[in-house]
Design a protein around this ligand. Sequence first.
Ligand SMILES: *Cc1c(COP(=O)(O)O)cnc(C)c1O
Length: 399
Amino acid sequence: MSDTEHLQENPSPDADEPSSELAGGTLMIDLRAIQANYRYLAGRVGQTECGAAVKADAYGLGMIPVSQALWAAGCRTFFVALPCEGAKLRQTLPEATIYLLGGLLPGSAGYLAQHNLQPILSSIEEIGEWAQFCRDQDRRLPAGIHVDTGINRLGLTSAQVECLAASHKDLGAFRITLIISHLACADTPNAPMNREQLATFDRLRAMLPHARASIANSAGTLNVPDFHYDLVRPGIALYGGKPLADRANPMKQVVSLYGTVLSVREVKAGESVGYSATWRSERNAQIAIISVGYADGFFRCLSGSSRSERAHIFIGGQFAPVVGRVSMDMITVDVTDVPPDFARRGGRAELIGPHITIDDLARWAETIPYEVLTALGPRYCRLYSPYDQRQDRGSRQDL
Ligand SMILES: *Cc1c(COP(=O)(O)O)cnc(C)c1O
């Protein structure tokens, strides 16, 4: 396979990760494309620093290799959700700024201090606990603050910000390095709620001590500069997902996934294929059985049925529809129109790649590319392209 020759095995594989001949599917992650996406986004925001969301194992793609590639491309600020993710990243990037989007888990302050992780404090209780820890240690440790501007998820309410501002007691105990909020409708740039959230953000920030500000995810990063503030924190766009609902995807595709044909069988007109006999062939058909199933993140709802748009794979220069139910370890595909040189035992089928994007799969499954990526299973052979090691200067402005 000439297109995989330049790829390297996962640099930090689990002990039991299979090689490509022994795995049902081969997942290729193009670290250079992630770097190109980072540079594109950093270029879009000018003087604003461009960070990266690498939570959930960098959206399933491997937090360590992805973060190393991002660091080399100039990224200095990383966002994860949880303390365990932050501590793992800290081992690889000793100098990075690492924020925890999930805030301060009860009792975790000592662990965060030990690993030099900054919680983004999102409630009065969290602020109280962090402030108390700082007083006990006699250190003004750094942390972010999350204010809610309308998504009603994490973050201090307006009333809580007012309260907090009135009594400066806890805020003085630590160093506020960042104030963030999160947009509810960022993927729809013209949604009126975006501007309303900006206005609320500015009003709340004015009540707090001055600190750098950040509100933009990927979609916000591609929106007008009003949304950029001091730091943007894209995730999905780095990994090739489509950030804006109503525009073409400007990002480079990062992931490709190939499955292996286990066998091909003939199914006569009128016969069914798969569990519950949900699909019946209208013609004498050739059906390929391919070695990836819902346990690998090929969602069961991609089963070939009456959905408006059916899932396809790409094999032998053709799109071929998934027919019948998706099983745990395999799918069945109508390859009647595919040349038999390709639709044969051991043949390779593109499930994600140049012809099928993660946005296509997401649309077929009626979900979002985030879920497609984070669902990619543990059984694949993972191959990483080498990344560009030339260190960029870093996009960080001095704090
Ligand atoms: C995950 C996350 C991001 C990144 O979002 P994308 O839509 O993937 O760019 C940014 N901010 C917060 C608070 C997040 O949880």
